[in-house]
Design a protein around this ligand. Structure first.
Ligand SMILES: *[C@@H]1O[C@H](CO)[C@@H](O)[C@H](O)[C@H]1NC(C)=O
Ligand SMILES: *[C@@H]1O[C@H](CO)[C@@H](O)[C@H](O)[C@H]1NC(C)=O
Ligand SMILES: *[C@@H]1O[C@H](CO)[C@@H](O)[C@H](O)[C@H]1NC(C)=O
Ligand SMILES: *[C@@H]1O[C@H](CO)[C@@H](O)[C@H](O)[C@H]1NC(C)=O
Ligand SMILES: *[C@@H]1O[C@H](CO)[C@@H](O)[C@H](O)[C@H]1NC(C)=O
Length: 459
């Protein structure tokens, strides 16, 4: 009898483990200066990460994770989706090489097919997404593997309406053709709807109208959804529930949610408000408290549910492109030391942490900003960046022509600085960034000299 009770108890524990609330980490590796996979896994173990999410199925990493207690999520790259959708044999090969070669010693629990596929304007990929997921699932079924779920992480741009949450609706270009079949698949396989959800983005786009405390779970206020009366105390819940309501509008009420990515940047450019260590630490610490709370908190629309969550990201990643924040989502510096203390188990009281550096940029910068050559930039790389900046049209660099007001001094540093400023001022509204592979950075110091006026961006 005692033995039976013990066996039943372990069975229960076993099935709960599948949807436990332990915190995972995204192990992004778009960098050229990171610790080895061995060191990285040792770091994740010492941080007590419960899960790790890979953006591929790297053989060395999967081998090293063997025998650890870390649950693993592997990813089918976007460029393999069409092939896997079109051929069951290709799906079998992929599962054989990237999953079964390591499973079960490596605790692979999720296979994510593609990354934010619906954020790219490639309808061919969209229409192959669910067929690829089905083919992968078919392989697992035929191998009698029951504890690996197949999903796909999607970004919030899958919605055409997010606020208030009850108005949540999928984009019309994907709603019938992609979301319905996807939801049907996730529902029938009891898988998760994986969400990349960053309160940082709506808050930083509108910091005057959304309170920072609401985004950081410092809940002093709450917002009632006029559509259904649900009361929200933080932005993350609002964003998750807008997806929940979009899913419900298509007729699905019981699909579980997982957060494939969330986090807050530790640093950013002058035009990026609120990217700092204090906010990042506050967001991630409060997030962990919320997700690991017992009993589970869930969200206003789904009270009590467990939401498996992966924080983005393990490291700062110096080879990501785009605005400066893109390279600063790490819990750890690229040398493996922590940027701030964090307890992934959620047991350490928030009041136990040491004081954080004071936030300097929680209010949007107002004034002129220029884009010039970054200190320490490799001057050898300036000519190609300069010709890119000047090559967009024949006006951007006209002041640099011989005899014109910015021609002198005739140095690569000066000419590139002018070109970066001129290009950025002209094209920022269309999404251009002041980066140029790390050669450029924003400055509030006017570089203009003599008759040469550098174009600027006014924030
Ligand atoms: C997506 O691509 C199609 C055809 O390539 C184009 O007509 C459409 O405008 C694009 N949509 C967006 C949102 O870029
Ligand atoms: C902030 O909210 C006000 C009124 O609610 C609105 O008029 C304004 O456009 C909003 N600002 C932004 C940047 O969305
Ligand atoms: C929401 O705010 C109101 C007024 O500030 C307060 O009375 C109420 O208790 C709060 N509700 C929740 C659920 O936090
Ligand atoms: C979701 O799956 C359950 C069984 O797993 C089924 O009863 C239900 O009808 C499905 N929902 C939809 C909308 O297909
Ligand atoms: C600049 O480009 C426009 C259109 O591309 C062209 O019509 C014009 O002649 C060019 N001007 C010069 C000075 O090259």
């Amino acid at each position: 009898m005692a033995l039976l009770a013990f066996l039943l108890a372990s069975l229960v524990v076993g099935s709960v483990a599948e949807i436990s609330n332990k915190i995972g980490i995204n192990y992004g590796r778009e960098a050229n200066n990171l610790p080895s996979p061995y060191q990285s896994i040792e770091l994740m173990k010492s941080m007590k990460a419960g899960r790790v999410k890979l953006y591929d199925a790297n053989p060395e990493i999967l081998k090293l994770l063997s025998g650890t207690k870390i649950d693993v999520s592997v990813m089918v790259p976007n460029d393999e989706i069409v092939h896997i959708a079109s051929s069951q044999a290709a799906a079998e090969q992929w599962v054989h090489n990237n999953v079964m070669a390591y499973y079960p010693d490596t605790r692979i629990r999720f296979i994510l097919v593609g990354n934010e596929v619906l954020s790219y304007n490639t309808s061919r990929l969209w229409h192959n997404l669910v067929p690829a997921m089905k083919n992968i699932k078919k392989c697992l079924t035929s191998l009698n593997v029951k504890n690996i779920k197949v999903g796909t992480p999607l970004a919030m741009d899958m919605l055409q309406s997010t606020f208030p949450p009850s108005s949540g609706t999928f984009r019309s270009d994907i709603s019938d053709s992609v979301m319905k079949p996807l939801l049907k698949f996730l529902n029938s396989t009891k898988s998760f709807f994986f969400l990349d959800v960053y309160p940082y983005f709506p808050w930083s786009a509108n910091p005057m109208n959304i309170s920072l405390d609401f985004a950081l779970f410092n809940g002093k206020e709450n917002i009632t959804d006029p559509g259904n009366g649900l009361v929200y105390t933080n932005l993350l819940d609002q964003m998750i529930d807008s997806v929940v309501f979009a899913i419900e509008k298509l007729g699905f009420r019981h699909i579980r949610l997982a957060i494939a990515e969330t986090g807050w940047p530790t640093a950013g450019d002058i035009d990026q408000v609120g990217a700092n260590i204090q906010n990042a630490a506050t967001y991630n610490r409060n997030l962990i408290k919320k997700i690991t709370a017992k009993p589970s908190l869930g969200t206003p629309a789904r009270p009590g549910i467990i939401i498996p969550t992966f924080i983005f990201s393990l490291y700062e990643e110096n080879q990501k492109t785009g605005p400066e924040t893109e390279r600063h989502w790490g819990l750890l510096h690229s040398n493996g030391t922590p940027i701030y203390d964090i307890d992934l188990t959620g047991t350490r009281p928030i009041s136990d942490y040491k004081p954080l550096p004071e936030a300097q940029n929680n209010v949007p910068y107002k004034g002129k900003v220029w884009c010039t050559v970054a200190p320490g930039a490799n001057l050898m790389n300036l000519p190609s960046a300069l010709s890119y900046a000047c090559g967009q049209d024949n006006q951007t660099c006209s002041a640099l022509a011989p005899g014109k007001e910015c021609y002198e001094p005739l140095s690569a540093f000066w000419h590139a600085s002018y070109a970066f400023s001129s290009y950025w001022a002209k094209y920022r509204s269309q999404g251009a960034t002041c980066f140029f592979n790390g050669l450029a950075r924003q400055t509030t110091t006017d570089p203009s000299r003599g008759h040469c006026n550098f174009p600027s961006v006014t924030l």
